[in-house]
Design a protein around this ligand. Sequence first.
Ligand code: PEP
Length: 255
Amino acid sequence: MTNPQRKPYIAANWKMNLDRTRVLDLVKILKARLGDGEDREVAVFPPALFLADVAAVSQGSPIGLGAQNMHWEEEGAYTGEISAPMLRGIGVERVLIGHSERRHLFFEKDEWMGRKLRAALSHSILPILCVGETLEERKSGQMEAVLTRQLSTGLEWTKAEELSRVTVAYEPVWAIGTGEVATPEQAGEAHAMIRAWLRGQFGEVPAENCRILYGGSVKPSNVASLMSVPQVDGVLVGGASLKAETFLPIVEFDG
Ligand code: PEP
C-alpha cells in the first residue's frame, strides 16, 4: 500500500458455496469480530439467493454487501438475471463485475462490463471490476494488452469523477482457486500497469482515488506480503473466505 487515502479493502467472494445457515453464521461471526470499520473495509459477496438475509443480519455493522454479478438493464425479459434497482431495493450496495469465471465459464463479453459498470454507478452501487490474464496470455507476452482491453471496455462509460467509487481487482486467472499465488513482484508489476493506465485515461487525481485489489489464492500466510506491495490496496478472496478460521486472519492482517 502506498496511499493512506485508500482504505484497505478486503472482499469475500463466496461464489456458489455455502448454504443459508453457514452464510448467516459466517456473517454473524464477522459482525461480532469487526470493529467500527475505521481502518479497513470488509465486504461479502454471497450467492444472490441469500443477499436479503445477509442484509438483515449484517445491519448495524460496517460489513459491506455485494452481488456477484448483475445485468445492466433495469428490467425486462432476461431470464435468470438481476438488476441494479432490484439489488438496491434489498440493501445491496456493491457488485462484482467481470469476474474471470463469468468471462471464461459463461462467456460474458468485454463490452458488457462497461454497461454493467455504468448501471451500477447510476444506481449508487459500488462496482469491483475484475481483470486478469490467463497463463497462456501471460506466457505469450499479452498481459498488458489483455489488461488494457479489459480496463478500456470495462471503464468505457465511467467518468473521471466517478473513479473514486470504482475498485479494480487484478486477478490473474492462473492464480484463482489454484493455490498458486502471484509473487509480490508479479502483483506489483500488474498493479503499477493498471494504475498507469488509469492515470493516462482519467488523470492523476482520479487514478490515485481508485483502489486496486489483488485476487488469487490469498491466504492468511500471504496476505501481509501482498498488502505490503505498493499499489495493492486490498484483496479479493475466494476459497479462504469461506471459513472464519481462514478469513478472520486475512481481515485482521497486520498492516
Ligand atoms: C476469486 O474467485 O476471486 C478468487 C480470488 O478465488 P481464490 O481466492 O479461491 O483464488
